[in-house]
Design a protein around this ligand. Sequence first.
Ligand code: PLP
Length: 447
Amino acid sequence: MTTLTSQMTEDLNKITQPTYSEAYESEVRSYCRNFPEVFDTAKDSWLIGREGNRYLDFFAGAGVLNYGHNNEKLKRKLLEYIERDGVVHTLDMYSDAKEKFIEAFHDIILKPRGMEYKLQFPGPTGTNAVESALKLARKVTGREGIISFTNSFHGMTIGSLSVTGNGFKRKGAGMPLGNTSSMPFAGYLGEDADTLEYLNAMLKDEGSGVDKPAAVILETVQAEGGVNVASKEWLQRLRQITQDHDVLMIVDDIQVGCGRTGKFFSFEEASIKPDFITLSKSLSGYGLPFALVLIKPEYDQWEPGEHNGTFRGHNPAFVTGAAALEYYWKDDALTRDVGRKAAYAREELEKIIERQNVVASVRGRGLIIGVEFEDSNLADNISKACFDRGLVIETAGIDGQVLKLLPPLTVTDEELKRGLSIIEDALHAVLLADAEKVESEVAAAGA
Ligand code: PLP
């Protein structure tokens, strides 16, 4: 266990106040409330505050930083490009950087997997990719409805919100979110319930009240929704059901694609080929905004300019994105490494749960790992206690009841060990504080 020296605690207390953000930035800001530091620099698995406080990053920009902060190899490529005045903005005109990215994506990712897809570059955030996929699915099928799943998260614009489960986020739309039906995700009704039988019945039965939809949209591992994992078999059956009913399948791989679960795509183990795939977050490899929709060629029925945006396919992101594919995806070394680290982390988490005698379960796939605590307040308190000890880690799930481990895939063994040790230290401290609180309440009641 990492025990904090008084010097470390003192250092971490030197967090400076963010004068301008607190005064002038909108109340909508959120992550900064959980991690109240003014960050200045970052390298690999580390974030550094402006007073020099160092934080191990097990959040990785919610899946944006799979290759770490300011990855040295990718930075070189970016600097070279900027230094030679490589074109930065081209709307969707042809560029050398785009040519090279498409070539790399085709040769390194699609071709070896026997995948034939057209590439659409929408606006640069995940929700842009989701909106594009929903629009195209509706256009292609001539149908309006979309089926999404409980506890899903697909983004904050109106279309994406309409297929998102979270009630708080949906309410923020301030208007009815229509033309969607939410179905139970894998495991939502308990281990024994067959959620796909229910979906199949709803699609089959003319009396179900669910009109035949254009598409089904899903995350194979619901990240924001609590690290809920769909099994290989569940995904295969869902693919079969969508095909049987002539409904398109959209896999939103924005958070768990780009190697997060081990393979490049999160659904590869299930050997399915979705009709549309959305990618963003770690696609540029460097934290540069960048999104992509992969479309089966027969469904690429857009008219030129029918969907557009000013920042489609940003050239610096093409450069770092292509470099990330070249460096990390020409062989399976990263995939194997992710598998090894994930197995170690899960084993250690099980041991921590046992040692600390707490009721919790561990789940995930690859390096997205969730620890769900029976006491739903624990995860939040542990996240706070971790931050006090120099570890940035988030919670997930509708009540924030799941501690979500999302380190960079390039995290070193030593860093992984250290992060897990901080988690144990934080958990221990939170349990102790809870026990002391109960004790003093009992004493007060008896007095
Ligand atoms: N889809 C998934 C699965 C996500 O996790 C997210 C963001 O967390 C989005 C879509 C939306 O991406 P963005 O926030 O870049 O719009």
